[in-house]
Design a binder for this molecule. Structure first.
Ligand SMILES: Cc1ncc(COP(=O)(O)O)c(C=O)c1O
Length: 441
């Protein structure tokens, strides 16, 4: 078992004076309290006994109808019989691993990947292989090389886990071409893909792309969704959509884990969807988060040193920043916490210690002024480190490279999406992230 770096961090950042850019918190203060009160009152008056009772392991059919509606908004048409309601998307990931992974099995995911998935893969004793991401998401050419290498070793991954849209933590979105290729590979090799998509509807720029589930039709893509980011994480409602042979095992795993998902919060979702304003609420969240993303990007430009780079997501909750290779963001966090500001060190998103000079920054959970102040404080500790390093080696940290150079060194498979692979110093790792657009790279 491995500790979730983010859970540990959340305990530290609970202090009210800390500006936390660490969590993945949606801004639940935007949900109207009157709506919440009216819905809960209606449940109490009309369905108290049922809402307080156990429910079916698969979830209520009315909740599944809401899920089908949400997935429909992104162009998917799941069969309601393939859906199970889970205690958050997190439990869906856990149950999929429980159903499929034996100790020593290979699971493939992105580098960096969702930090909360790593403890799950570890607890089922999977061997996790991470495939680098650039600004177009997982590098499919590298995935193919890895699959071929595994073939030669006589090994077959149990599944490929991907967050293709507004990825946690990098904020990048897999291009349509790579989506198509990934689904083709899955179908040709009869390999399962787990698509985790909490953020697809939180888009505030660019054009929507079809989910992997839609491209595949649900034969080889298992889908994980959640109400956490589009409604509330407190209700702990998520879901998985899987073909019958997998679903059968997932249901058995769920029975053993917690019998059923909260009936009370399933009633809440049913009431909320009956009201018919869920799309409007998501639109209002997207608008709010767009302004916050812009505020964070503006602050990064102002307060981070020129050696830093970061992603500019078209949706979701996160920006991924990469610092000069001599900076270790786990050490930096200790210093930042003294200044009452927190972020997630990049290492939390890797199984093998990479990501040391990167950080995940959340822009949804704080107001614009707080975001600016948080970035200013982090920028100050980064600046101190850059100066210290400069004093020690007698020069400024040499981390900033033109895109061409970075491509040569990083071996990116996409000319149109240059990425930065910091590998010019012995202590560097190989975190690959997109260049800051403002630099015209
Ligand atoms: C990619 C991803 N998957 C799953 C989850 C888990 O969400 P929940 O269990 O609240 O649905 C999160 C939460 O941040 C996430 O970012």
């Amino acid at each position: 078992m491995r500790s979730s770096a983010m859970r540990d961090l959340m305990a530290v950042t609970a202090r009210p004076e800390v500006i936390s850019l660490a969590g993945g918190l949606p801004d639940t203060s935007t949900f109207p309290p009157q709506t919440f009160a009216a819905q809960m009152t209606r449940i109490a008056q009309e369905s108290a006994a049922e809402a307080l009772q156990y429910g079916p392991t698969e979830g209520f059919s009315e909740t599944v109808d809401c899920i089908v509606e949400v997935m429909g908004a992104e162009g998917m048409l799941p069969d309601p019989d393939d859906v199970i309601v889970t205690t958050g998307g997190q439990q869906a990931i856990d149950l999929i691993c429980k159903a499929l992974v034996d100790p020593g099995d290979v699971v493939i995911c992105e580098a960096p990947t969702y930090p909360g998935a790593i403890p799950v893969f570890c607890s089922y004793q999977a061997e996790t292989i991470q495939i680098e991401c650039d600004s177009e998401g997982m590098r499919i050419a590298e995935l193919e090389d890895t699959l071929e290498r595994l073939d030669l070793e006589g090994r077959r991954p149990k599944f490929i886990y991907s967050v293709p849209t507004f990825q946690n933590p990098a904020g990048v979105t897999m291009s349509l071409e790579r989506r198509r290729r990934l689904v083709e590979i899955a179908r040709a090799r009869e390999l399962l893909v787990v698509e985790d998509n909490p953020y697809g509807l939180l888009r505030f720029g660019g054009e929507p792309l079809p989910p992997l589930y839609q491209l595949d039709g649900g034969d080889f893509v298992i889908y994980v969704g959640t109400f956490s980011k589009i409604l509330s994480p407190g209700i702990r409602l998520g879901w998985a959509v899987a073909p019958p042979p997998v679903m059968e095992k997932v249901v058995l795993g769920k029975q053993a884990a917690d019998l059923c998902t909260s009936t009370l919060t399933q009633y809440f979702v049913r009431e909320y969807f009956a009201e018919g304003r869920w799309r409007e609420y998501i639109a209002s969240l997207s608008e709010l988060y767009r302004d916050r993303r812009d505020a964070m990007i503006e602050a990064l430009g102002r307060y981070f040193p020129p050696q830093a780079s970061w992603t500019e997501p078209d949706g979701g909750l996160f920006i991924w920043a990469t610092l000069p290779p001599f900076i270790d963001t786990s050490d930096l966090l200790a210093k930042a916490l003294r200044d009452d500001v927190a972020f997630v060190p990049g290492q939390a998103a890797y199984v093998d210690g990479r990501g040391r000079n990167s950080m995940r920054l959340n822009f949804s959970g704080s107001g614009e002024d707080e975001l600016r102040e948080g970035i200013r404080r982090i920028g100050r500790v980064v600046e101190e480190q850059v100066e210290l390093y400069g004093a020690l080696v007698g020069r400024q940290g040499k981390a900033h490279m033109p895109a061409g150079e970075a491509e040569d060194m990083g071996g990116t498979d996409s000319q149109s999406n240059p990425s930065l692979s910091i590998s010019d110093s012995p202590e560097a790792d190989s975190t690959v992230v997109p260049f800051r657009k403002a630099e015209g790279a």
